[in-house]
Design a protein around this ligand. Structure first.
Ligand code: GDP
Ligand code: MG
Length: 571
């Protein structure tokens, strides 16, 4: 092995151990360890390159964003072949299909199944005689369009996550670009250039050389004459989709790759600097050199942190010596505190503790129910002309061939039911808003135990997943209630009779404008919920017209602006 300097090889495992320690503390994101991050567009071939290094199929595949949490992949040379996750320490995976399953499950555990992403990394170690010591971070691919119920800003979310990793000076960037696309528009290179404008720590990887158009080649790029990078480019040929479906062995694929380069007229002369095996070696070497270069700075900052912590520890010991139960007590105390905080935030605080500069969680939830929700209901557009037409059709269809004498109830029911069904959407939206708010409350309350990040994460996870369960139940209930209302309409109810009184009252008042289509429906609803949020109204019977609606909108906009300013001030 001419490449690897054995003494230097030992550096990577040392950094691995430091990395693990930081991951377990939950603070690794803030610390700068030498590492290699793999970036590239979706389907650029990132996963394929990583799998080739390991010689096993073990990464989740599929369409869309498959990698949704950073995967810190530590390759370690060892006589035995197995994998181990940091979150399942001691469990040796020898079946790599199970490794894939575990990555998928662990991804969903944190992100939920809604295809969201999370910056919280998964740590995987692969021990094998076939790997070189190397630590790589697989990051979500850059996407353009959100799919399914992915958040609309998924592109920026992913970009930001990648940037937090690669903007650190200690991070080498493995920029993966398919050779059958234009390098000038490569997502990976563009992003790398943002944080490494001189191309000092970017290593280019060209995949899919086998898929280039007949008569074209990537020779100039691979010779580093075009789009020059200090560390140059390495070309590879991974398995195509067909090979993967046919479960082509990675060994065979590596042989095929080698043959491809030796026999290709444009690449023959540089075949020993191309391919997966070469890439693996050069990365091992570059990472080792890189660690050596950053070691002094790293040692300094580690030492500083350690001194600071030792001081803390010493203070703790002096404070209350020889009490083994103290730690447990402290943890319990924190959980109790969390409990109390949540309750106070939602149920309201005592006059002593009340905050005067922002709304508490409970108050914000109150606002959702009493301001936002009615607003959503009022906002529902009802096209009066359209409704009249519908009523006419309904009446005619009910009469059929006969000529009707009276207006049939069924016509009213058909139209009213349609409107009732529309209540479902704003109601469910209200649940979503409340859940969001609750999640904020939980996060804020959990932050008081930020000194114990693992405890905080676990607590937050348990509480949030309980809340999600209740969310489902609430949504089912809402569905049921609307279904009840649809199943039977009690026209004998006092609200129903009050209906005509209301109209009489309203038209005496100042809002005598005739806008029947909208008024009737809304008045009916408002009478039921007995709401008195309208400024200046002393009576809960009132007519909401487009005028009152527009000032109400202004009010909400004003509130939002105020909150923004407040947040800025907080920061
Ligand atoms: P990722 O989204 O960047 O992780 O990309 P993948 O590694 O999942 O690859 C996406 C698709 O491209 C898969 O179907 C691969 O089989 C295929 N692919 C990747 N690299 C190559 C290559 O060098 N040659 C060929 N023919 N197909 C490739
Ligand atoms: Mg992938």
């Amino acid at each position: 092995m001419a490449w690897a300097n054995q003494g230097m090889q030992a550096l990577i495992p040392v950094i691995n151990r430091v990395q693990d320690a930081f991951s377990q503390l939950g603070t690794n994101v803030s610390f700068e360890l030498p590492q290699i991050a793999v970036v590239g567009g979706q389907s650029a071939g990132k996963s394929s390159v990583l799998e080739n290094f390991v010689g096993k199929d073990f990464l989740p595949r599929g369409s869309g964003i498959v990698t949704r949490r950073p995967l810190i992949l530590q390759l370690i040379q060892d006589r035995n072949e197995y994998a181990e996750f940091l979150h399942k320490k001691g469990h040796r995976f020898t079946d790599f299909d199970a490794v894939r399953k575990e990555i998928e499950d662990e991804t969903d555990r944190v992100t939920g199944q809604n295809k969201g992403i999370s910056p919280h990394p998964i740590n995987l170690r692969v021990f094998s005689p076939n790997v070189l010591n190397l630590t790589l971070i697989d990051l979500p691919g850059l996407t353009k369009v959100p799919v399914g119920d992915q958040p609309a800003d998924i592109e920026t979310q992913i970009r930001d996550m990648i940037l937090t990793f690669i903007s650190r000076e200690t991070c080498l960037i493995l920029a993966v670009t398919p050779a059958n696309s234009d390098l000038a528009t490569s997502d990976a290179l563009k992003l790398a250039k943002e944080v490494d404008p001189q191309g000092l720590r970017t290593i280019g990887v060209l995949t899919k050389l086998d898929l280039m158009d007949e008569g074209t080649d990537a020779r100039e790029i691979l010779e580093n004459k075009l789009f020059t990078l200090r560390r140059g480019y390495v070309g590879v040929v991974n398995r195509g989709q067909k090979d993967i479906v046919g479960r082509k062995d990675i060994r065979a694929a590596l042989d095929a790759e080698r043959k491809f380069f030796i026999s290709h007229p444009s690449y023959r002369h540089m075949a020993d600097r191309l391919g997966t095996t070469y890439l693996q070696h050069t990365l091992n070497q570059q990472l080792t050199n890189h660690i050596r270069d950053t070691l002094p700075t790293l040692r300094d900052s580690l030492q500083k942190k350690m001194f600071a912590m030792e001081k803390d520890v010493a203070e703790y010991k002096n404070f209350q010596p020889n009490d083994p139960g103290r730690k447990t007590k402290a943890l319990l105390q924190m959980v109790t505190q969390f409990n109390a905080d949540i309750e106070r935030s939602i149920e309201g605080s005592s006059a002593k503790l009340v905050s005067t500069n922002e709304l508490s969680g409970g108050a914000r939830i109150n606002r959702l129910f009493h301001e936002r929700f009615p607003f959503e209901i009022v906002k529902m557009e009802i096209d009066e002309k359209e409704m009249r037409k519908e009523i006419q059709f309904a009446i005619r269809n009910i009469h059929g061939i006969r000529v009707g004498l009276f207006t049939p109830d069924m016509a009213f029911e058909a139209i009213a039911k349609k409107q009732i069904a529309r209540l479902k959407e704003p109601s469910l939206k209200c649940v979503d808003l409340v859940v969001n708010e609750l999640a904020n409350v939980i996060r804020q309350c959990a932050d008081t135990m930020a000194r114990y990040p693992r405890l905080r994460d676990e607590l937050e996870r348990i509480v949030v997943s309980y809340m999600r369960e209740r969310e489902q139940t609430a949504k089912q209930q809402i569905g049921l209630i609307v279904d009840y209302e649809l199943a039977y309409m009690n026209t004998n109810h006092e609200d129903f009779i009050g209906f005509s009184n209301a109209e009489a009252k309203a038209s005496q008042g100042q809002s005598a404008k005739k806008n029947l289509g909208n008024q009737v429906i809304r008045k009916g609803w408002l009478s039921v919920s007995n709401i008195s949020f309208v400024r200046g109204s002393k009576d809960c019977w009132f007519v909401l017209t487009s005028d009152s609606l527009s000032w109400y909108k202004d009010d909400i906009l004003y509130e939002r602006k105020a909150e923004k300013t407040r947040r800025k001030a907080d920061e």
